[in-house]
Design a protein around this ligand. Structure first.
Ligand SMILES: Nc1ncnc2c1ncn2[C@@H]1O[C@H](COP(=O)(O)OP(=O)(O)OP(=O)(O)O)[C@@H](O)[C@H]1O
Ligand SMILES: [Mg+2]
Length: 281
């Protein structure tokens, strides 16, 4: 199984292999030969097809032993640094159901804050605040304001994961703002602890909705967004900037393909509004 992580601003595709044993502890028959190899030196995945092997090359590849920290270093650090310099960026995890997208982006559902297995989203927020602190320790007078939102898209409907009573909010478009989500809660965070509280709150809301409203988790997209406003005085003038980073855990890719055969499945790709929303990300 393979999860892919695409990061922009500096367009970069990372492929992460997940061993079958990672998915719910199934044991592997070690007498069987592996159908693919990972060549980390050349960033390639070699699929043992006949008569010739097929080689896929990525910007980065991560094998089944690559840690969450190493994956974050590959996909996250540069984008956070760019975002603090005023560029927008997105990190998307996509792949089949069970390939490790949510694990890569969030981590384990228990003890997220202290776990070594915490994923790209918590690590991105930790790194964001560590870079801000580092800049301020080195004399920077730049002031930052970080605001977060956390939403889920399920069957063409948007739910605010920071609002326990969210019944669905609307995607809107106007001349000034372009495409935006009306009424989405944006909460100010000042440190990683604030960020963790939001991630855990949203995550719990997502799980409650899964059980109480019969939603299927692998059919929904989760988007965690951090908007960063910076202000600095340069030569007597106030210089300000706004950028944003979108951290996205997409629905299983085969669920989207299944749209044609099962109308209850995710229909996002058919909706022009959502198309432009994702293009904007
Ligand atoms: N690298 C890994 N190490 C250990 N366990 C993993 C790893 N990747 C995934 N898992 C485990 O595999 C299972 C499936 O992973 P996950 O829920 O992240 O898949 P997914 O791609 O998000 O699936 P879906 O499309 O259904 O949402 C989970 O129990 C998760 O904890
Ligand atoms: Mg998932």
């Amino acid at each position: 199984m393979e999860t892919n992580i695409q990061s922009s601003s500096h367009k970069c595709l990372t492929s992460r292999l997940v061993s079958t044993s990672a998915q719910g502890g199934m044991s592997l028959d070690t007498s069987l030969n592996s159908v693919l190899d990972v060549n980390t030196a050349d960033n390639a995945i070699i699929l043992h097809t006949k008569p010739e092997p097929t080689i896929f090359t990525y910007d980065n590849v991560a094998d089944a032993d690559t840690t969450q920290e190493a994956v974050f270093s590959l996909v996250g650090k540069k984008i956070i640094e760019d975002c603090l310099n005023g560029y927008n960026g997105s990190i998307l995890a996509y792949g089949k159901t069970g390939s490790g997208k949510s694990f890569t982006m969030f981590g384990p559902s228990e003890n997220l804050e202290s776990s070594q297995l915490r994923g790209v989203i918590p690590r991105s927020l930790e790194y964001l605040f560590s870079v801000i602190a580092h800049q301020q320790d080195h004399g920077s007078k730049k002031q930052f304001l970080c605001r977060c939102s956390f939403l889920e898209i399920y069957q063409e409907q948007i739910f605010d994961l920071l609002d326990t009573a969210s019944q669905g909010i609307r995607l809107c478009e106007n001349m000034n703002k372009g495409v935006f989500i009306d009424g989405l809660i944006e909460q100010v965070i000042c440190n990683p602890r604030d960020a963790y509280q939001l991630i855990i709150k949203g995550w719990l809301n997502r799980r409650v909705a899964l059980t109480s409203m019969n939603r299927e988790g692998s059919c929904s997209h989760a988007v965690f967004t951090v908007k960063i406003e910076s202000k600095e005085e340069v030569g007597g003038f106030q210089k300000s900037n706004i950028s944003q980073i979108n951290l996205i855990d997409l629905a299983g890719s085969e669920r989207q393909k299944a749209t044609n055969t099962d109308s209850t499945r995710l229909k996002i790709s058919k909706n022009r509004g959502f198309e432009s929303f994702f293009q904007r990300l």
